[in-house]
Design a protein around this ligand. Structure first.
Ligand SMILES: Cc1ncc(C[n+]2csc(CCOP(=O)(O)OP(=O)(O)O)c2C)c(N)n1
Ligand code: SF4
Ligand SMILES: [Mg+2]
Length: 284
């Protein structure tokens, strides 16, 4: 299926200029390239949460599951366990993934399940018209905090690294080529991968100028080194005026939960069969 055929007839309702368009276009290109590499589109499942970002699954002609706010991660995990051959890609917002669904992300990272989570981090609740999220900076003035928030943001990549994620990267909705590279690497990674995207919401929190001045591409960084990754991830805390690195911070090969789950399931089935044989033999 070509990138064009991966589109749908659903009317796109994102605001003109929204950073979600860059994510959509990059994902479609990467899905095309993954098919060229031998994965049929039938083996790809997209999962979304609830928010502006979530509409992405309406605009891609592939198997998808529109889940509920905060629950894209466990739904993606369930699909992976039921169909280990599938490539499962979850899309979630910052409110969605880093607020209501944060515990799911922590445990998915901890168990290193082989799914990819793409976080459209616009640092605001877009769909519900502009409330603050866990990554909004201190003092953010939104619909629910007209005088400014009184708390500092979390650094989601630091939390994910500490939780056990084995692939961590940051992209920006002004960097199409880099987004494609990062997405492909994340989807091909065997283990829990998370891409935090600075996805600009032009309507409720337009950060293009701010980011354009500060972002730079990670070069000569060794992503296999945990301490270096941690230092780079801590360089910008989603609040201060530091430079903002884009690229792959961390990548590690490690046994996956789904791999262990399949082996455990086989053993259990064997035990059950052995027990049934014994019961039948005893009864005869
Ligand atoms: C369980 C549940 N809680 C809250 C909501 C209300 N709600 C819908 S979208 C949304 C915020 C979306 O923000 P975010 O996840 O950052 O996505 P964005 O719209 O910015 O892409 C909220 C709070 C809901 N639909 N379901
Ligand atoms: S409200 Fe913001 S995130 Fe939602 S479609 Fe518009 S620009 Fe995009
Ligand atoms: Mg958001």
């Amino acid at each position: 299926m070509s990138a064009k055929e991966l589109g749908t007839s659903a009317k796109n309702t994102w605001c003109p200029g929204c950073g979600n368009f860059a994510i959509l276009n990059s994902v479609k290109t990467v899905l095309k390239s993954i098919q060229d590499d031998g994965t049929p589109i039938e083996n790809v499942v997209l999962v979304s949460g609830i928010g502006c970002h979530a509409k992405i699954v309406d605009y891609i002609n592939a198997n998808s599951f529109y889940s509920i706010h905060g629950r894209a991660t466990p739904v993606a995990e369930g699909i992976k366990l039921a169909g280990p051959e599938l490539k499962v890609i979850g899309f979630a917002g910052d409110g969605d993934a880093y607020g209501e669904g944060i515990e799911h992300l922590v445990f998915a990272a901890k168990r290193n399940i082989d799914i990819t989570m793409i976080i459209h981090n616009n640092r605001v609740y877009g769909l519900t018209t502009g409330q603050y999220t866990p990554t909004s900076p201190m003092g953010f003035m939104g619909r629910s905090t007209p005088k400014g928030t009184l708390e500092y943001p979390i650094n989601p990549l630091e939390l994910m690294l500490a939780s056990g994620a084995t692939f961590l990267a940051r992209g920006f909705s002004h960097g199409l080529e880099q987004l494609k590279e990062i997405f492909k690497a994340a989807i091909n990674h065997k283990g829990f991968s998370l891409v935090d995207i600075l996805q600009v919401c032009v309507t409720f929190y337009n950060m293009y100028e701010y980011y354009d001045k500060r972002v730079y591409e990670l070069k000569e960084h060794d992503p296999s080194n945990y301490s270096l990754a941690l230092n780079k991830i801590r360089e910008w805390n989603y609040h201060d005026e530091a430079p903002i690195a884009l690229g792959v911070f961390y990548k590690k090969e490690k046994e996956t939960f789904d791999g262990k789950f399949i082996s455990a399931k086989k053993d259990i089935n064997l035990d059950i069969n052995a027990n049934i044989d014994k019961v039948l033999a005893d009864a005869s």
